[in-house]
Design a protein around this ligand. Structure first.
Ligand SMILES: [Zn+2]
Length: 90
């Protein structure tokens, strides 16, 4: 007897993957944060296809941005992030 209930959306959290940096996104408390427009997308958008679509539709000119540029930008954002909420770190 296994109750087959559908998992509520909140229980299946998507996880940030390092490769999402190439779409211009960083992890912000479990949600993808666009470094180009500082927009925080819902956790349900934490998927390569969705992140890429954001990049291609909102920032088509940044598609070919230098990866190095994104990494530098992330370093800046992360240093601020850890400053603000380092207790949240697992
Ligand atoms: Zn954006």
């Amino acid at each position: 007897m296994m109750p087959r209930r559908q998992a509520p959306a909140v229980s299946k959290k998507r996880k940030y993957d390092e490769s999402y940096i190439s779409f211009g996104f960083v992890d912000s408390n479990g949600s993808p944060l666009c470094m180009l427009c500082s927009k925080l997308l819902p956790n349900s958008s934490m998927a390569p296809a969705k992140l890429r679509r954001h990049l291609e539709t909102v920032h088509p000119e940044s598609k070919d941005k230098n990866k190095e540029f994104l990494f530098v930008k992330r370093t800046v954002i992360e240093s601020q992030k850890y400053d603000a909420c380092n207790t949240n770190y697992q």
